[in-house]
Design a protein around this ligand. Structure first.
Ligand SMILES: [Zn+2]
Length: 321
């Protein structure tokens, strides 16, 4: 169960054993930073409880993903699974999503109406409230009433970044499950299997900037696709044509940016040097020689043309390292 969710072994273990023993809590609180699978886990939980094919008291496999119930939950059209959050609130208020800053009592009341209606087609109703930490006092008090008289076959999952702003009365009626930031390896493996980023330095940057959040890693990787690869990267991956080089070299000189261009390449090359010292050392030597020539006011066009052609030669042998 929950194989699709990265990391979070402890959370998965707890929920799995509850599912198998039939001891489901009435309310849960999933706490942790954005982008680490809280909502995904809640959805998966709802799917498992409502799947019409697999019997989870007897087996360890996850939801079948094929039955009508699983399909409807995937498409977010299952009548018994409700996401209560800013988009629902905006819809109810007929206002913009961007304007939503707190979860209001009217939205919780809408949820309560759904709690009290009959089950449509599922076995379990799920209400997933997010961001629960943004409920105001009135909304929290209203929700408390539902938690005090929990309806049958209904699971309420509160998803929050932290529990500081959530009243203790609500916390004490929920099972708290902490979601951990993902490990470097988990982010790395996920990136490698979902993106084709060949630049090792970029990947390391994304991993460290994402700080354990798959959501952030995804955002960074998506942005990265739009970034024009650096000149150094183009040489390294041999994605340059000779005709482009001369044109590019002319452009750089026209912009009076030869030195900046060489400096930027030295900077990136040095980062790669740590990973492929033998392969990169001669390139760095070439770059530094060119920099010295530029500093001595040797004709910039000549220096760059020579540098680019030499680098191209050099990098075409890179796999001989
Ligand atoms: Zn199913």
């Amino acid at each position: 169960m929950f194989e699709k969710i990265l990391g979070q072994e402890k959370v998965k273990r707890i929920i799995t054993s509850q599912i198998k023993s039939g001891k489901i809590a009435q309310a849960y609180m999933f706490i942790g930073i954005d982008g680490i699978g809280k909502r995904f886990t809640a959805t998966e939980f709802a799917k498992i409880m409502n799947c019409s094919v697999n019997d989870f008291s007897k087996t360890d496999v996850g939801a079948c993903e094929k039955c009508i119930s699983c399909e409807k939950i995937t498409k977010n059209v299952h009548p018994d699974i409700h996401f209560i959050g800013f988009s629902r609130q905006a819809e109810l208020e007929k206002s913009n999503l961007e304007k939503q800053k707190i979860l209001k009592i009217e939205t919780i009341r809408y949820m309560q109406k759904k709690v009290s209606t009959r089950m449509y087609e599922g076995k379990w109703k799920f209400f997933i409230i997010e961001p629960a930490e943004k409920m105001n006092i009135a909304a929290s008090n209203s929700l408390l009433k539902t938690l005090e008289e929990p309806p049958k076959n209904t699971v309420i999952i509160l998803i929050a970044r932290h529990k500081e702003t959530i009243p203790r009365t609500i916390i004490s009626r929920s099972q708290i499950l902490f979601f951990q930031p993902l490990k470097v390896n988990e982010i790395l493996n996920w990136l490698m299997s979902n993106y084709s980023i060949h630049d090792g330095t970029k990947i390391q940057d994304i991993v460290s900037l994402s700080e354990g959040s798959i959501g952030d890693a995804k955002k960074l990787a998506d942005e990265n696709k739009k970034i024009e690869p650096s000149l150094w990267f183009k040489f390294k991956t041999q994605s340059f044509y000779i005709s482009d080089i001369l044109e590019f070299s002319k452009d750089v000189v026209r912009q009076n940016a030869a030195l900046e261009c060489v400096n930027a390449m030295i900077y990136e090359a040095k980062k790669d040097f740590r990973i492929y010292p033998k392969m990169i050392a001669p390139a760095i030597e070439l770059l530094i020689t060119s920099k010295m020539l530029l500093l001595r006011n040797v004709n910039a066009q000549m220096v760059l043309d020579n540098l680019f052609f030499d680098l191209m030669d050099l990098m075409s042998f890179k796999y001989d390292r």
